[in-house]
Design a protein around this ligand. Structure first.
Ligand code: CTP
Length: 482
């Protein structure tokens, strides 16, 4: 039982079942067999142990329990707001500590109507903060330091009122001020009466927060303490713990192993996602790029201290925490945004830019006509990667991607020379493996003037982490870059 529960946590920490399957090179049935048998083959254990280690955790071979590596206890700032579910904050704090997290806690005035700061404080062994204007606290740890110390801000339960304050950027108490002042990922576990949860105001606040990159553990269905039935009950504590571990890992804010290279003080430009090229006012040419790889690279660079300008075509992903997001639609707009973002130390062109646009795009909506379909004339779009590589204010390191089906290394070398960039991450897209677009994992070869480096098949997050490390190394040793 303990193995199964720990296994679930481990899967969440490493980015979900698909990511773990890809990492282990197995299918879903093998994964459930490991869980059912409560054991892993030694080689698979080693792979997972290494992945966990990179994320700052040590894995127990018998139980798969996760313990933080020495000196790497992630700090969770738990904010408990008012509501009958506030008492579950105690259980949540304990379970997060079981997982090796270090807890700091804040309670709103509303929360104190349900539980006392003393009970939470006894549990976590630290002072529980309640008041923005408590000068003693300011002397001990100012609210800005409290916000900065967090690797994750977790609001559980999050009341409708608190969500509304976050949506509008209000900072009228300690809890809301900390949320505004922290750059750590923000995870909310809402809990409220079902009618309040369903109300348009709460829906709008919820959607707005999601668009800003706030993560949510959605409330559950069931009977409520208020006697009503519906959606609004706080999610189960183990589900909140899982989401917190995943947010710590995914946000890249888990304390990085000491060897992680730094990009502090660097400006990095990343293009991501597809472009949309209008045919008329309502139709466009697009492609299946999800933006996952580019967004993961942007997140990995932020986690290493870089200032990141993420120029993204239309995607459904939230922007990673801490990036400066520039949203564009067309290749022309992406080109202009990239030039406007210069100077930069590094440019990473991960966007799937449409090669062509419609020269004679219609201003209104094209109508069906007796003479047959309209004629579309295509013209070539600017090549952003090539332009940046040959720009008078060229970034020190320019990195592109290439998707190739055959003679990968030769084709990628030709592309490297043609575009004038320093590195190309070439995707091996074997037809039988399906599309790279939207997939969780990817196999790449790094092509540069040095011998090609074949990277193991890994998920896009892991590729982003490795790329960010190598970029940092290369800037630190410029002669080694190209
Ligand atoms: N790229 C770009 N601007 C374009 C086209 C591509 O910046 N107008 C960048 C992409 O972001 C990617 C690389 O160039 O980094 C891919 O180049 P491309 O020649 O489009 O690669 P493939 O799609 O693999 O090309 P081909 O179809 O010629 O194999």
């Amino acid at each position: 039982m303990r193995f199964a529960r720990n296994f679930e946590h481990l899967i969440a920490l490493l980015g979900g079942s698909e990511a773990v399957q890809a990492r282990l090179g197995v299918g879903p049935s093998a994964l459930s067999n490991y869980k059912a048998r409560a054991s892993l083959p030694a080689t698979k254990f080693d792979l997972l142990a290494e992945a966990a280690r990179q994320a700052g955790w040590q894995l127990d071979p018998d139980t798969l329990a996760l313990a933080p590596l020495a000196g790497m206890r992630p700090v969770v700032l738990l904010i408990v707001t008012g509501g009958i579910a506030a008492y579950k904050g105690l259980d949540l704090a304990r379970r997060l500590m079981d997982q090796g997290c270090q807890l700091r806690a804040v309670m709103t005035r509303g929360a104190q109507q349900f539980i006392t700061p003393l009970s939470l404080s006894a549990l976590i062994g630290e002072k529980v903060y309640t008041d923005l204007f408590d000068l003693t606290d300011e002397a001990e740890m100012g609210h800005i330091n409290l916000a900065r110390s967090a690797d994750l801000v977790l609001v559980a339960p999050a009341s409708a009122h608190f969500m509304a304050k976050l949506a509008h950027g209000l900072a009228d108490d300690l809890a809301s001020t900390l949320c505004l002042a922290s750059e750590a990922p923000l995870l909310l576990a809402p809990a409220m009466n079902p009618v309040m949860w369903a109300s348009q105001a709460t829906r709008d606040n919820h959607d707005l927060l999601i668009r800003r990159g706030v993560q949510m553990v959605q409330p559950a269905d069931g009977d409520m303490a208020c006697g009503e039935t519906g959606t609004g009950r706080l999610a189960e504590v183990p589900d909140i713990v899982r989401a917190a571990l995943a947010a710590l890992a995914g946000g890249g804010r888990i304390i990085q192993p000491a060897k992680t290279a730094s990009l502090a003080g660097r400006h990095i430009l990343v293009t991501s996602g597809p472009t949309h090229e209008p045919i008329d006012q309502v139709r466009y040419i697009a492609n299946r790029s999800s933006g996952r790889q580019g967004h993961a690279i942007a997140a990995a660079c932020v986690a290493r201290g870089a200032q990141v300008t993420l120029i993204s075509g239309p995607v459904s992903l939230p922007a990673p925490h801490g990036v400066r997001l520039v949203q564009v639609e067309t290749a022309d707009e992406m080109m202009a945004a990239a030039e406007a973002a210069l100077p930069a130390d590094i440019a990473v062109c991960a966007a799937a830019v449409a090669d062509w646009r419609v020269e004679n795009a219609a201003s209104g909506k094209l109508k069906k006509q007796a003479g047959g379909p309209p004629e579309m004339r295509l013209v070539e779009n600017p090549d952003i990667l090539a332009s940046l590589s040959n720009h008078p204010r060229r970034p020190q390191l320019v990195v592109g991607f290439a998707a190739e089906t055959d003679t990968l290394i030769d084709h990628a070398r030709v592309k490297l020379a043609k575009k004038g960039c320093d590195w190309i991450l070439a995707n091996q897209v074997a037809q039988e493996q399906g599309l790279v677009f939207g997939a969780e994992h990817n196999q790449v070869v790094l092509i540069s003037n040095a011998p090609p480096e074949i990277w193991p098949e890994q998920d896009k997050q892991a590729i982003a982490e490795r790329l960010a490390d190598q970029m940092a190394d290369s800037l630190a040793r410029p002669d080694a870059a190209q």
